[in-house]
Every structure is written in structure tokens, then in C-alpha cells.
Design a protein around this ligand. Structure first.
Ligand code: SAH
Length: 226
């Protein structure tokens, strides 16, 4: 899988993506990325990529001529995604869809300031994607969230095969059950007896019941979706 990342902060990459399982996958060549510095396409020697809003109001907007040239410089673009609070909110089902083709290329547009000129979105038929109902100062963190979540479910990225992702929150139609490891007693708190019993049927039932309970309490919307 390949990602073209358009940003004015190339130094932010790989950032968090260079560590852990996703970082190892990068070293193994399971995914790759290029950063395209939007400033290389600036309209002047000061490196300007933004301008005042038509219609007035505070905050600057990234210029379409600059972004257009930056996008055109990418040879193989694949689907173009602009990270924006106005997009559909990314969820695990969408992550699975994006990960379906392990050889896919995605071009990721990281906004700054108030955002980008609408005509760029229209011109390139860009998909807008949000990572949640809050405002970030730029799309770079969103791009890292996107890449991390998509790469993580590609084959051979996690140890433990497909089971490693199949048992997680959202994949199981709800939230994960509580997790425990050694020591079995810690500060007077004991691991639930059933998990030490070795009885797989009972363990599975307990986990399912815990998962249902916690999902009902915290995220009833996930149950209704089924
Ligand atoms: N004026 C915009 C917010 C701009 S924030 C609005 O009101 O909708 C600056 C940039 O950060 C955006 O262009 C976008 O690329 C990124 N960004 C901010 N919040 C985001 C979110 N929740 N999801 C994805 N990208 C986000």
C-alpha cells in the first residue's frame, strides 16, 4: 500500500508511524509513503500557500492554484482524501474497506488554516474524511490516524494473524471485554476466577456477556447498528 501525503509539514512524517507494528511494517515494505511539500508549489518566494477568504471573515484558506499544482505533481494518485471535520467520520468498517486492496494507493491532503478552497474538492472529486467531532490544527495527525488504522489490519502486520484484529472492539459488533494478565493477584485485586479455570466455553460466555454489558452501557448506538 502506498500513501502520497500532501502537507506543509513533511517533517511530521513518519512521526508516530515509524514506531511499533506499523513502523516494522514500513521497514518490511508492506507499506510506503512519499511526502509532497505543498510549499514547493507556493505562488511566491515567501512560500505563500494561503490567502484571505472571499466573503470576509477571520482565517486563511489554502489556495486552489497551489494545491492543484501539488496534486498534479503526483503521478499515481489513487483515491484522494482530504481530512476535514465535514467528512464522514472514520470507523472500523471504513478502515476495512480502505484496507481491502493491499496494493492500493491513496493521496492524502492535509489541510491547515481554515481549510482548503472548495473548488479543489470539486475538481478532483475528493473524498472528505473526519476522524471525529473536534477540530485539529491540521490534517497531519488525521493522516497518521488513517494510515495507522488501515495498515494495522493489512495481512502480516500484526502477529497472531487475522485473529489479532478479529477479536477487537467494533470488529465484534461492540466493545472489547476487560483484559487481564499476570500477576493473578495485584494490590488485593484478583483476576476473575473464570479466566483461570481453563474452561473455554465458560470463558467465551463470560467475555461475550462482559462485552454486551459494556457496549450497552457506553455505546448503545453500536448495538442498534447491527
Ligand atoms: N475551518 C474548519 C476547520 C479547520 S482545521 C472547519 O470549521 O471545519 C484545519 C485543518 O485540520 C483542516 O483543513 C483539516 O485538514 C484538519 N482537521 C481538523 N479537524 C479535523 C478532523 N476532525 N478530522 C480530520 N481532519 C481535521
Amino acid at each position: 500500500m502506498h500513501f502520497n501525503i500532501l502537507t506543509i509539514f513533511s517533517e511530521m512524517f513518519p512521526g508516530t508511524l515509524g514506531a511499533g507494528v506499523v513502523g516494522r511494517a514500513l521497514e518490511k515494505g508492506l507499506w510506503s509513503y512519499d511526502t509532497i511539500n505543498i510549499r514547493d508549489f507556493a505562488i511566491n518566494n515567501y512560500g505563500s500557500v494561503d490567502d484571505e477568504q472571499f466573503g470576509g471573515g477571520v482565517g486563511m484558506v489554502m489556495r486552489p492554484d497551489v494545491l492543484g499544482n501539488a496534486i498534479d505533481s503526483v503521478q499515481k494518485r489513487g483515491k484522494i482524501i482530504y481530512f476535514s471535520p465535514r467528512g464522514l467520520t472514520l470507523n472500523q468498517g471504513m478502515v476495512r474497506d480502505f484496507a481491502r486492496d493491499k496494493d492500493a494507493t491513496y493521496t492524502l491532503l492535509c489541510g491547515r488554516y481554515e481549510g482548503i478552497d472548495q473548488r479543489v474538492i470539486d475538481e478532483y472529486d475528493i473524498t472528505e474524511l473526519s476522524i471525529g467531532d473536534y477540530i485539529l490544527s491540521g490534517g497531519e495527525v488525521a493522516a497518521q490516524v488513517f494510515i495507522d488504522s488501515v495498515v494495522r489490519v493489512l495481512d502480516n502486520v500484526l502477529g497472531g494473524g487475522t485473529e489479532a484484529t478479529a477479536n477487537e472492539s467494533f470488529e465484534i459488533g461492540g466493545l472489547e471485554w476487560p483484559l487481564y494478565t499476570r500477576p493473578s493477584a495485584w494490590r488485593g485485586r484478583n483476576v476473575p476466577e473464570v479466566l483461570l479455570s481453563g474452561h473455554h466455553g465458560n470463558i467465551e460466555r463470560w467475555r461475550k456477556q462482559q462485552s454486551d454489558e459494556i457496549t450497552k452501557k457506553r455505546r448503545p448506538d453500536l448495538i442498534k447498528e447491527k
